[in-house]
Design a protein around this ligand. Structure first.
Ligand SMILES: *Cc1c(COP(=O)(O)O)cnc(C)c1O
Length: 402
């Protein structure tokens, strides 16, 4: 669905590392990649680490999250967002999504914060995700987080290049994280970054990421450390990839636009104000989507709210099965499989995952409904136009609208 796409200059940076023999998790490429990232995102600092997951783990450590603490986490996401909460033996508290961006619902977030405080524990942090590249409602989220003085960690793993107004995703929270895993919009084969404006925090992240060595001529340790620093070779790939990032964003958006124009040209238009009923009912959730403009295909796309810019990392479609003449999501998935085309349902919400279902959650049915009715389409920036047309005609055939 999203293959690596090299730009051409990556090898130059790698060769340079070989020539200087900086085959280590330190060197010019690491420093250069961190500089490129902070300049691009617009934060004062960036630290390059082994993965997005490691970067989230470091963020939680820096914010003092420990055993027994509670951390609010967007439920509609990939497990890597939530796992580090458990690395710290803290308790995740999952919050459902709003229907417009499919990210954490600000109203439900406030319901959750108030209820946790009433139950005796103020959450230590809030993890917000920009899923599939679509920015979350950061203005409202930051306002609520500020009101209760809770720091926000922004999981921008899927949203490098996305923005609200002229502010890039990854720069809104107290700390932001990125991923350069093989399937992301740019890749170092594996890697991640932590972003922020507080130099002490980023310095401390680098300290914990290199086994927490105190300042001494010998090896002295007064904290538990990790081996999370990015390799200088991989950072070289990252420096090369940064040169083509804007091109990759442009191409992903073109891929999205092609799907949109070929598959019904209809956006999902949520009813505003639906929230905080705190249950996981699919029938109530479906009422929060007005299918105002009826899609000729029964397929719907997520619209960017005014001022929002999505990198369209993956194009997602939502199927309204009442409008597809009995064709189900599974029918489309099986038709694609037969053509050897990779598609996947949207992320299964964390509050429904066996490993997380015992933790507190505040739900409204939206993420569950999106999971039940959505599909991710192949969206790689190096997918050819004829590949995409093959995907489109397979979907059309499955819908009997060839
Ligand atoms: C990919 C991803 C991560 C984890 O990044 P890794 O670099 O693979 O550890 C975290 N959150 C989200 C939303 C992701 O998509």
């Amino acid at each position: 669905m999203s293959a690596p796409h090299m730009g051409g200059e990556e090898m130059e940076f790698i060769k340079d590392a070989f020539q200087k023999n900086w085959i280590a998790p330190v060197g010019e490429n690491v420093n250069g990649f961190e500089r490129d990232l902070s300049e691009y995102i617009g934060t004062k600092y960036a630290g390059a680490f082994t993965s997005g997951t490691a970067s989230i783990h470091l963020a939680l450590i820096l914010l003092g999250v420990g055993e027994g603490d509670e951390v609010i986490c967007q439920s509609f996401t990939f497990a890597a967002t939530a796992n580090p909460i458990r690395y710290q033996r803290a308790t995740p508290v999952f919050v459902d999504s709003e229907a417009e961006t499919s990210n954490i619902d600000p109203n439900l977030l406030e319901v959750a914060i108030k209820d946790r405080i009433k139950k005796g524990k103020k959450p230590k942090a809030i993890i917000v995700v920009h899923l599939y590249g679509m920015p979350a409602k950061m203005n409202q989220i930051l306002q609520i987080a500020g009101k209760y003085d809770i720091p926000v960690i922004e999981d921008a793993a899927e949203a490098l290049g996305s923005s609200i107004g002229n502010k890039k995703c990854g720069s809104f929270g107290k700390l932001g994280i990125l991923s350069f895993n093989g399937n992301k919009i740019i890749t170092t084969s594996g890697g991640g970054a932590l972003l922020g404006n507080n130099s002490d925090l980023i310095k401390k992240a680098r300290f914990f990421a290199t086994q927490a060595r105190d300042d001494a001529p010998h090896y002295e340790h007064s904290s538990i450390g990790y081996n999370y620093r990015m390799s200088n070779i991989l950072a070289g790939i990252g420096r090369g990839q940064m040169k083509v990032l804007d091109l990759r964003v442009e191409r992903r958006r073109e891929v999205y636009k092609k799907y949109f124009s070929e598959l019904g040209k209809t956006w999902l238009e949520p009813t505003m104000g639906f929230s905080n009923n705190c249950n996981d009912s699919l029938t109530e959730a479906v009422q929060s989507f007005k299918f105002i403009h009826k899609s000729p295909t029964g397929l719907y796309f997520l619209k960017e709210p005014a001022g929002y810019f999505s990198n369209r990392w993956l194009t997602t479609i939502i199927l309204n099965s009442e409008q597809t003449k009995g064709v189900t999501r599974k029918d489309i998935r099986m038709a694609m499989k037969k053509e050897n085309i990779e598609v996947r349902p949207l992320w299964k919400p964390m509050h429904l995952q066996p490993v997380f279902k015992q933790y507190p959650n505040y739900t409204n049915g939206i993420s569950n409904w999106l999971f039940e009715n959505g599909l991710c389409l192949p969206s790689g920036s190096n997918m050819t136009e004829s590949d995409q047309m093959r995907v489109i005609s397979t979907i059309k055939n499955a819908l009997n609208i060839g």
